[in-house]
Write a protein that binds this ligand. Structure first.
Ligand code: NAD
Length: 291
């Protein structure tokens, strides 16, 4: 297996544009794919303003910014973009049917040596690998949001992922100055399996009247040195996303310790999704969030 030079990033949303940004910043050729020119234009706008911020901070020069942008080619033509890819990072919408279909297409459109990675937060890497004829070259590459800032990449081995594939993806993550952590494919991997039950437990504490959201967040911030309280963080992630991850854990393990908090379900049903809907455990309709 050779060196990685050309990357295809599928999906140019929150994660995809950040992933394209870091690969291009570290000298790789990137084809950024999405369903419309409009979405790609928006993604390039986001990448440009994030690069501008780096220039302002003095961590990147104007020339480096220009070079980074020149390495990113936006395209809606996935099959053509894949013709000489060494690595594909799939960061499309978190939907199993969409990802299965994409992995079938990627398997038939990329060269035999190409590694197919998914940035999924919760879908089984082993299941995605099983729809391809190269399960040894399918792997999880789970970046954190915001990608240009966060150091961690969970590198997730599916049941059939080969050692060569793992090593190459780990060294690629290191090339981006990220810290790669090896994880095996089980529901929620490590990040969401450890984080979400804590957020869910904080919601049970609110539901049972143990304390107010402010009090719980204060305990975790001042007592445990967490930069954000669990309820503030849940609002930030989105309560619908929190619920769907808890459901993945609950269904995946069949263990009642992962049951989603009824208050979380009720809030999602009411459309109180956190920061993005203006209301969750806190109210975001005024400039300083209050409960
Ligand atoms: P998003 O909704 O912001 O972006 C998804 C993009 O994929 C959209 O632009 C959509 O048009 C595009 N897309 C959908 N179907 C496509 C297809 N068939 N071909 C090409 N593009 C397609 O979502 P996101 O938050 O960037 O999440 C992307 C992935 O990253 C998901 O698997 C998610 O679980 C994972 N993830 C998200 C976060 C986060 O904090 N947002 C963190 C880690 C991992």
């Amino acid at each position: 297996m050779g060196d990685i030079r050309t990357i295809v990033v599928v999906g140019s949303g929150t994660m995809g544009n950040g992933i394209a940004h870091v690969f291009a910043q570290y000298g790789l050729t990137v084809r950024l794919n999405d369903l419309s020119d409009e979405l790609l234009k928006r993604a390039l706008g986001t990448i440009t303003s994030n690069l501008d911020r780096q220039v302002k901070k003095g961590t990147l020069t104007e020339d480096q910014k220009r070079e980074t942008l020149s390495r990113i080619m936006p395209t809606t033509r996935l099959v053509e973009a894949c013709a000489d890819a060494d690595l594909v990072v799939e960061a499309a919408t978190e939907n199993e049917t969409v990802k299965m279909e994409l992995f079938r297409t990627l398997d038939t459109s990329t060269p035999a040596h190409c590694i197919l990675a998914s940035n999924t937060s919760s879908i089984s890497i082993t299941a995605l690998a099983a729809v391809t004829k190269r399960p040894d070259r399918v792997i999880g590459m789970h970046f954190m949001n915001p990608v240009p800032v966060m150091k961690l990449v969970e590198v997730i081995r599916g049941l059939s992922t080969s050692q060569d594939t793992f090593e190459l993806v780990r060294s690629t993550a290191q090339r981006l100055e990220k810290v790669a952590v090896e994880v095996n494919d089980y529901p929620g991997f490590v990040s969401n399996r450890v984080l979400l039950p804590m957020l869910n437990e904080a919601m049970y504490a609110v539901m049972e009247g143990v304390a107010t959201p402010e009090a719980i967040d204060t305990v975790m911030k001042l007592g445990m040195n967490h930069p954000m309280g669990p309820l503030q963080l849940a609002d930030f992630i989105g309560l619908d996303v929190c619920l769907s991850i808890m459901e993945v854990l609950y269904n995946g393990f069949g263990d009642s310790k992962y049951r989603p908090c009824p208050l979380l379900k009720k809030m999602v049903a009411a459309g109180h999704l956190g920061r993005k809907s203006g209301r969750g455990f806190y109210d975001y309709s005024s400039p300083s969030p209050a409960r």
